[in-house]
Design a protein around this ligand. Structure first.
Ligand code: ADP
Ligand code: MG
Ligand code: MG
Length: 252
């Protein structure tokens, strides 16, 4: 099994402190949801875990099975089993979805043990069908001209293809209509196993109608201020975030 352990994480962007001591542990087999108002640092947390260069870690640790993630290059983080679906996936001109996936898969395998082309195509076709994605997407440049919904489906396609140990999904539900939301949820639920852990970042509760998290965390002002079971998400949907501020004495 795999453990992602974040301790007292402080992160700054352009000398402004955004994360102010985040503590969070995600183990394989567990689904965690992080909710919270806009601008509280949820995407900053995701970017810091994956090593985005604009995000400076000033204090604290991120460890994967005891290994220092902060010491790893970005591609190494993927190789050891971390995966990030970004809130705004970037377009990569000149690289098709299919080529991108194949090299990402091979980057995780030993040299000389590349995935046989036929196996790759077969599994890709299967996943495209499972996620109700047009086959043409595989030969289009990654995310270029994709609709919002297509980008999110493509992130889930990557998830199914790369089979990470721990995935961080940042607003994978934003901008999706109900059919796309169901497909995306189906893909995430398919990953559920003792060998897979997930951190689902979402602004809204509705995704959690389809994916039941084991733990729900609330992030405010750069910290995880409350953690509980799935019922916490329901209460947030019904009552918003004000009651938490009052309960914890947080001021705007
Ligand atoms: P969330 O995902 O919870 O909505 P973010 O992590 O995106 O929040 O943003 C947290 C704070 O950091 C916000 O105040 C935002 O304006 C600021 N921020 C995020 N990205 C950048 C950036 N690239 N440059 C400057 N400020 C940023
Ligand atoms: Mg492991
Ligand atoms: Mg965000």
């Amino acid at each position: 099994s795999t453990v992602l352990e974040i301790k007292n994480l402080h992160v700054s962007i352009e000398d402004k402190e955004i994360l102010k001591g985040v503590n969070l542990t995600v183990k394989s087999g567990e689904f965690h949801a992080i909710m919270g108002p806009n601008g509280t640092g949820k995407s900053t947390l995701a970017s810091a875990i994956m090593g985005h260069p604009n995000y400076e870690v000033t204090e604290g640790t991120i460890k994967l099975d005891g290994e220092d993630v902060l010491e790893m290059e970005v591609d190494e983080r993927a190789r050891v089993g971390l995966f990030l679906a970004m809130q705004y996936p970037s377009e990569i001109s000149g690289v098709t979805t299919s080529d991108f996936l194949r090299s990402a898969i091979n980057a995780k395998r030993e040299e000389g043990d590349e995935i046989p082309l036929m196996n790759f195509i077969k599994k890709l076709d299967w996943d495209l069908e499972y996620l109700d994605i047009d086959k043409n997407m595989a030969t289009r440049y990654l995310n270029e001209g994709f609709s919002g919904g297509e980008k999110k489906r493509n992130e889930i396609l990557q998830l199914l293809q790369l089979k990470p140990d721990i995935a961080i999904l940042d607003e994978i539900d934003s901008g999706l209509d109900i059919d796309a939301l169901k497909v995306v949820s189906k893909g995430i639920n398919k990953m559920r196993s003792d060998n897979f852990g997930c951190l689902i970042i979402t602004h809204y509760q509705r995704l959690l109608n389809y994916i039941t998290p084991d733990f729900v965390h609330v992030m405010m002002q750069g910290r995880v201020v409350k953690s509980d079971g799935p019922e916490l998400a329901k209460r947030l949907e019904a009552e918003g975030y004000e009651w938490i501020k009052e309960e914890l004495g947080i001021e705007d």
